[in-house]
Design a protein around this ligand. Structure first.
Ligand code: 1OR
Length: 306
């Protein structure tokens, strides 16, 4: 199959095109819906797009452990969503593997149910950037062909990755991450705005979201007192403590100016910010106050930090 021709057609092209249809049983459709439900790439589709994508996805059982699904350097054909099983990702920094060698390089990541892979080659018309191998014996993938991926899924992904790329690069908390890890965060972020004076999170409430400040200023308010606390601005984050400690909000945060925030839900926070949770714990304001946050973790509602 050739990669060249359709890659030049913008995904908004009005040219005739009908997505493939793979009929599914009710049982298959149910499994598929669960598999894509947690995937950020599917979240902004309208009803039409959603049903087109669901019928274009093709079930692909991966029977054996150690099955190679994608080979670094190959031409990209499908995008995959994981329903069941797990997969290891290997990257050889030297580029594509030499024929006849097994030089897969280093293991860089693992992907499990609800995750997805194989979007890069389709988005950028680039060779596969990694090799992907099953590590469980009964894995199930759902595959989406490159044209349907580009026509329906990519527009949103691209827009969001582009929109957040520059911003996330400036966020100190995320500077230790690889660019690809920041791209995955970009996919998951949602933008929200608040007016000056509005309360964004309230002390004592359950914590469901993590926030990064895109623009504007906020203040942290604890026990109704403003003195002891600090101001937050562009690139700062808040809302992490309740998620890290599974505790109610330890302080309120109120917008001083109009604010634009990028937010991640609990799932995304746990899935994507795992590598930087240690940094967040180290930055825990309660450590600066001389309070041992671990000693407090078991007593929900206790004041401390923000
Ligand atoms: P693809 O179409 O290039 C391989 O086929 C897929 O592996 C790729 O799309 C991504 O979906 C997925 N670097 C490159 N590709 C990765 C990476 C990755 N992780 C998953 N994929 N890195 C790991 C980041 C934690 C960077 C390693 C230097």
């Amino acid at each position: 199959t050739s990669v060249s021709a359709e890659s030049l057609i913008p995904s908004s092209s009005t040219e005739e095109w009908t997505p493939p249809v793979y009929p599914k049983t009710a049982e298959q459709l149910e499994r598929l819906k669960v598999a894509v439900s947690g995937n950020f790439l599917f979240m902004h589709l309208d009803d039409d797009q959603s049903s087109q994508v669901l019928s274009a996805l093709m079930e692909k059982p991966i029977p054996g452990k150690g099955t190679r699904v994608i080979t670094q350097g190959d031409v990209g054909d499908y995008f995959y969503v994981v329903e069941r099983g797990s997969f290891d990702i290997y990257v050889n920094p030297a580029g594509s593997m030499l024929p006849g060698t097994d030089g897969m390089g280093q293991k860089v990541n693992e992907i499990g149910p609800g995750g997805s892979f194989g979007e890069l080659a389709l988005m950028y018309n680039a060779p596969r950037a990694a090799t992907i191998i099953s590590t469980t014996s009964q894995a199930v993938l759902w595959a989406l062909d490159r044209v349907t991926f580009r026509r329906i899924l990519m527009e949103n992904t691209f827009k969001k990755r582009r929109m957040y790329e520059a911003f996330l690069e400036e966020v100190a908390l995320l500077s230790s991450l690889l660019p690809y890890e920041r791209s995955k965060i970009a996919d998951a972020l949602e933008s929200v705005t608040f007016q000056a004076g509005e309360t964004i999170i309230r002390q004592g409430d359950p914590g469901d979201n993590f926030y990064l400040i895109e623009s504007g200023e906020a203040e942290v308010v604890k026990n109704g007192l403003q003195e002891a606390v600090k101001k937050l601005g562009k690139g700062d984050y808040f809302g992490e403590l309740a998620l890290l400690n599974d505790a109610p909000r330890a302080a309120s945060v109120r917008a001083i100016t109009k604010m634009k925030l990028a937010t991640l839900g609990k799932d995304g926070f746990q899935r994507l910010l795992g590598p930087v949770t240690e940094i967040m714990r180290r930055n825990d304001p309660r450590l600066a106050e001389g309070v041992d946050p671990l000693a407090e973790a078991g007593s929900p509602g206790s004041p401390g930090g923000f």
